[in-house]
Design a protein around this ligand. Structure first.
Ligand code: ZN
Length: 380
């Protein structure tokens, strides 16, 4: 095909008003066609590399040529070429991308899971993984691929877990003018422990700020009325964490659990092993925590029922916790707000006789809870 035909088609599209295509159906079509074009450009560029068509211009390599002629940032040029090369070993991924069923993000995720150790299993399972990638939201396919790697290369996954933990680092130092600067790197489990506590304290502070702003503005405040920015609140929460740590008695009992881990009913097979926010972790990375019992064990029993091992002080408390851990995030299809920031809501409303049991509960964020139970929120 003459590329003038493509140019003509895009010319005609560009001459029209983009707002005409602002409806839901058109947006899906546009994104799908863009993915198809991306796939084609990537494959053509990979061919350009192998044919050595960048040589006559005196470029060091194809990436340098792309950076100079197509004005791509070098890392992006390299990524594009890598994707094109990888595609040669991934026939089903290639077909799905060319058909617009998946995009570059899914291609990178799938090709990234193929290593010398998983090559054979990947060839066997490629079509299954691609089919899932075309159906599931991106976050879910990340989880699927993580589990697939645990089964295809258990040793490699444990090694990766070790490596990730080995990269932990905290930098906090006094700088010019007495200001302190810092940077934190944590593995998924340590990050869940520290990050969720920081978020919990920040939420306490947000509620206090909100109440103060409400009193000050004598009505419905907006985010602009709050006395602190989110970053400032996070900083204050970190200092609050330090001061709480200092007031804790030496040798005092640590609060348990520090983090939650969700495990399949057939847990010994390691098919489900993830943190409450859905991050998949290698079973071996739990070992340091097992003897301390600082983790909350959650077992998914048949029919999606959850049995919670600890924290079951009150029936209502345990039920809410079970729903929170089962759903993990707001149950609205368009939402991924974590369950800890959601409300437990009745599926069949209480007023219509819906019982307050786990099976009739679901997590909904404040926005979607209001959307379901009241008039539409502002902004629609
Ligand atoms: Zn929601």
């Amino acid at each position: 095909m003459d590329l003038d035909v493509l140019t003509d088609a895009i010319d005609r599209l560009s001459d029209s008003d983009p707002l005409i295509y602002g409806d839901a159906e058109s947006i899906e079509i546009l994104h799908r066609q863009r993915a198809r074009l991306d796939a084609f450009v990537t494959k053509a560029t990979a061919g350009f590399e192998t044919e050595g068509n960048w040589v006559p211009d005196g470029a060091h390599d194809a990436a340098a040529w792309l950076a100079a002629k197509c004005r791509l940032p070098k890392p992006e040029a390299r990524r594009l070429l890598r994707r094109g090369r990888a595609l040669r070993h991934l026939p089903a991924v290639d077909r799905a991308w060319s058909d617009g069923q998946i995009g570059a993000a899914q291609v990178d995720l799938l090709s990234g899971s193929r290593s010398p150790a998983t090559e054979e299993a990947f060839a066997r399972d490629e079509q299954m993984l691609v089919t899932q990638a075309a159906l599931l939201p991106y976050q879910s396919i990340v989880r699927v691929v993580d589990y697939w790697k645990q089964l295809a290369d258990p040793d490699g996954v444990e090694e990766d877990g070790e490596k990730r933990r080995g990269r932990r680092d905290v930098y906090l130092e006094k700088s010019f003018g007495g200001m302190w600067l810092g940077k934190i790197t944590l593995d998924p489990i340590a990050g869940a422990i520290a990050g969720e506590e920081l978020e919990r304290i920040e939420q306490e502070m947000f509620e206090a700020d909100w109440a103060e702003a409400r009193a000050r503005t004598a009505g419905e405040p907006t985010v602009g009325d709050l006395s602190r920015t989110p970053g400032q609140r996070r900083a204050d929460a970190l200092v609050e964490m330090a001061s709480r740590s200092q007031t804790a008695p030496v040798g005092g009992r640590r609060p348990a659990p520090l983090f939650s881990i969700t495990i399949d009913y057939e847990l010994l097979r390691g098919r489900v092993c993830e943190l409450a926010d859905g991050t998949v972790v290698a079973p071996g990375s739990l070992l340091p925590w097992l003897s301390e019992a600082y983790l909350e064990r959650v077992v998914f029993a048949p029919s999606r029922r959850v049995e919670v091992s600890e924290r079951a002080r009150l029936f209502s408390g345990a039920t809410r916790r079970a729903i929170e851990l089962r759903d993990r995030e707001c149950q609205h299809a368009m939402c991924d707000i974590p369950a800890r920031s959601c409300q437990a809501d009745h599926v069949i409303p209480f007023s219509e006789g819906g019982p307050t049991v786990e099976e009739n509960g679901q997590m909904l964020c404040g926005f979607h809870n209001r959307l379901r139970n009241g008039p539409a929120p502002p902004g629609d």
